[in-house]
Design a protein around this ligand. Structure first.
Ligand code: ATP
Ligand code: MG
Length: 251
């Protein structure tokens, strides 16, 4: 991730002044294969914008995304379609992105089918993935509303994995879950990461969760990286006052 910049501009209206938010300012970051990097920072610091730029849901104003030397930010059309599966995202509430009328198996199979896998193969793989995330292959025939929040997060993980990614961006992926379910989902992510040698960009406002799962932690404030280091260094010896304040906020 090289020197990403993103400004959000809103035109003013009758009762609302024009607004300009620098959501990302010269953000550069390197992830090694298999590494988990945490992105922390207060609300509005630009964490989600960074994640969305990395999976190309958002278009940065400038900067580059390089994956093993392939410049994802330059790709368009077919070339982009071929490469984009390599980076997948897990959202805070996967329910928001699951169609209530689409069976879970089909929801997972959609991406691979769009990429040319046959429907039968994609559905079979969906069953295997649902098994891998602990829901059992029979979940393919069920609908999203039949699952709890923690289970839906497992569906979200299976759906991301269906595209065979090398990097997963998890944006507040466990924040909506209660603590014991959080631990289970984190454990699952950790296990899958090892097994598939995935890299993980783990976005969270919860420093405790970050310290638990991340090799390295990056602290953001107002769209900039203010500090980064090993989880241990950030937790035990934070250099910046901003990071110290974030730590103080932990109950
Ligand atoms: P949170 O912890 O609350 O999720 P965040 O660190 O993820 O916060 P972002 O969602 O990246 O923060 O937002 C960064 C800044 O960009 C905020 O000031 C936000 O208001 C602004 N912003 C984000 N998305 C948009 C958008 N689509 N249009 C206008 N402004 C936006
Ligand atoms: Mg966010």
């Amino acid at each position: 991730i090289k020197q990403l910049n993103k400004v959000f501009r809103s035109r003013g209206g009758l009762f609302k002044p024009a607004r300009e938010v620098r959501a990302l300012e010269d953000v550069s970051l390197t992830l090694a294969r298999g590494e988990t990097v945490g992105i922390v920072g207060e609300s509005g610091s630009g964490k989600s914008t960074l994640g969305r730029c990395v999976v190309r849901l958002e278009h940065p104003d400038s900067g580059e995304l390089l994956l093993d030397g392939v410049n994802l930010s330059q790709l368009k059309g077919d070339a982009l379609r071929r490469e984009r599966h390599r980076v997948q995202m897990i959202f805070q509430d996967p329910y928001a992105s699951l169609n209530p009328r689409t069976k879970v198996g089909m929801a997972i199979a959609q991406g691979p089918i769009a990429n040319g896998t046959s429907k039968a193969t994609a559905l079979k793989q969906a069953g295997e993935l649902l098994d891998m995330v602990g829901l059992g292959a029979s979940a393919v025939e069920r609908f999203p509303h039949e699952f709890s929040g923690g289970q839906r997060q497992r569906i979200g993980i299976a759906r991301a994995l269906a595209l065979n990614p090398e990097l997963i961006v998890a944006d507040e992926a466990v924040s909506a879950l209660d603590v014991s379910i959080q631990a289970q989902v984190l454990e699952l992510l950790e296990e899958l990461k090892q097994r598939l040698s995935l890299s993980l960009l783990f976005i969270t406002h919860d420093l405790r969760v970050a310290a638990h799962i991340c090799d390295r932690i990056v602290v953001m404030q107002h769209g900039r990286i203010v500090e980064q280091g090993s989880a241990e260094q950030i937790f035990l010896a934070p250099r910046e006052a901003y990071t110290q304040d974030l730590l103080k906020a932990i109950p």
